[in-house]
Design a protein around this ligand. Structure first.
Ligand code: CA
Length: 233
């Protein structure tokens, strides 16, 4: 894959310059927009690989930019926002953002998020002759057609809900899924009780999946927000 093109959407010039300089230094290609309407236009005309999106834009809310792009594209969107409230991050993720970064951020953090997203992109490109009914991530393998999961050679003894949880996270590898998104997919609704149950199922799933549940290799917790399946190195 060629170096990806990043669309940087940010109205604050110093922050935008910092992002552009970072991308330039690391040989990424980039486009910039300082307004939401411009961002939507550039996204559709240039089809960038990844979007860095500030939520507080002068002409429209960043959430609206996400909704607009999501109406026709799955291009990864990383929200970069000064809003530290979890509810804003959750709204952005539920509108279809892939990840979030809170300002002030470090350049290393920005690049790390970008690498996670680019790795996910490379996973979405089907390899020639690859059997899409099998998911492989490090030593984790899910055979969707047989309905079972393996860690190395050993089959994981998962309950139906644990299996569905694992599949949902696997199909969205690299993407942060909110509690609401997960519970709606698993139980078809999202009540406080379901979110409490989700935590319990996640503990039991991790016990079976992770060799060190305290420093998980596969499923990352985003406190107060949700979970993400990581791509194994
Ligand atoms: Ca702003």
């Amino acid at each position: 894959m060629n170096k990806p093109t990043i669309l940087v959407v940010e109205d604050d010039a110093p922050v935008r310059n910092l992002m552009v300089t970072t991308l330039k230094t690391h040989d990424y290609r980039y486009l910039t927009a300082s307004r939401g309407s411009e961002a939507v236009m550039l996204a559709s005309s240039n089809n960038p690989d990844v979007v860095f999106l500030d939520l507080g834009l002068p002409d429209m809310d960043g959430i609206e930019v996400i909704r607009s792009i999501r109406s026709w594209s799955n291009m990864p969107i990383i929200v970069i926002s000064a809003r530290s409230e979890d509810s804003d991050k959750i709204s952005a993720l539920d509108a279809g953002a892939d990840d979030y970064l809170t300002k002030p951020f470090s350049v290393e953090e920005l690049l790390a998020r970008l690498r996670v997203t680019v790795r996910r992109l490379s996973m979405m490109v089907p390899e020639n002759g690859a059997d899409s009914s099998v998911y492989v991530n490090g030593n984790l393998r899910i055979d969707y057609s047989a309905g079972c999961a393996f860690l190395g050679e050993e089959e994981l003894k998962l309950t139906p809900i644990e299996y569905r949880l694992l599949c949902l996270l696997a199909k969205n590898t690299g993407k942060v899924l909110t509690h609401t998104y997960i519970t709606q997919n698993i139980w078809g609704r999202s009540w406080e009780n379901d979110i409490a149950s989700l935590r319990v199922f996640m503990v039991t799933l991790r016990r079976k999946l992770e060799s060190a549940p305290d420093s998980p290799q596969f499923i990352q917790t985003h406190v107060g927000i949700g979970y993400r399946m990581l791509k194994a190195e």
